[in-house]
Write a protein that binds this ligand. Structure first.
Ligand code: ADP
Length: 192
């Protein structure tokens, strides 16, 4: 039973580590970004609404995002825990998640903060723009995503830190090394 959040700037490697941790702990990795992209691809009403925000590097409105996560967490695959990748990203989303957890009488085990310096993040995302052709990886949009992250999401880290949930891990280096750092940090947190 493990309920985790993964938080960090665009390009810190959250998606990559989320899928590794999902295997390690046998819990679903839920990425709001992936769910939005899937909806955009299938041109669902949610996707049509989300697309303009995503393409300009803005956050999708809380109301839509909160509903999506609330529904997703009701899926039976979440009974043994979950890892949320890229949610919550705003103070309002933190509140919504708190409500969901209170209603289900459950608690988070830890919030993993994946750090990466801005130069490295920009380098990784420029490469991803070429490899994957994501429409929000262009330079202007990327700049805005980093700005929105600093403004709206970075402050949430201290909220979780003050609750004693934060585990801070360096996201630079080999993928397997980063995964090991995360699992070791979670282990030592559990012992305390
Ligand atoms: P990254 O972490 O690299 O910015 P994601 O794939 O996690 O990429 O998210 C892509 C886009 O999806 C975001 O820029 C935003 O528009 C939207 N999105 C994802 N998660 C959220 C969220 N929790 N709240 C609002 N918008 C979100």
């Amino acid at each position: 039973m493990m309920k985790l959040l993964l938080i960090g700037p665009p390009g810190a490697g959250k998606g990559t580590q989320a899928s590794k941790l999902s295997e390690v702990f046998g819990i679903p990795a839920i990425s709001t970004g992936d769910i939005f992209r899937e909806n955009v691809k299938n041109q669902t009403p949610l996707g049509i609404e989300a697309k303009s925000y995503m393409d300009s590097g803005e956050y999708v409105p809380d109301e839509l995002t909160n509903k999506l996560v609330r529904d997703r967490l009701q899926n039976p695959d979440c009974v043994n825990g979950f890892l949320l990748d890229g949610y919550p990203r705003t103070a309002d989303q933190v509140q919504e998640l708190d409500s969901i957890l209170t209603e289900t009488k459950s608690k988070l085990d830890a919030v993993v903060q994946l750090t990466a310096d801005t130069d490295e993040v920009v380098r990784r995302l420029a490469k991803r723009a070429i490899d994957q052709g994501r429409s929000d990886d262009t330079e202007d949009v990327l700049r805005n995503r980093l700005h929105v992250y600093e403004e709206q999401t970075a402050p949430l880290i201290s909220v979780y830190e003050s609750r004693g949930l934060l585990v801070k891990v360096d996201g630079l280096g080999e993928i397997a090394d980063v995964t090991r750092r995360i699992t070791e940090a979670l282990d030592s947190k559990n012992k305390n």
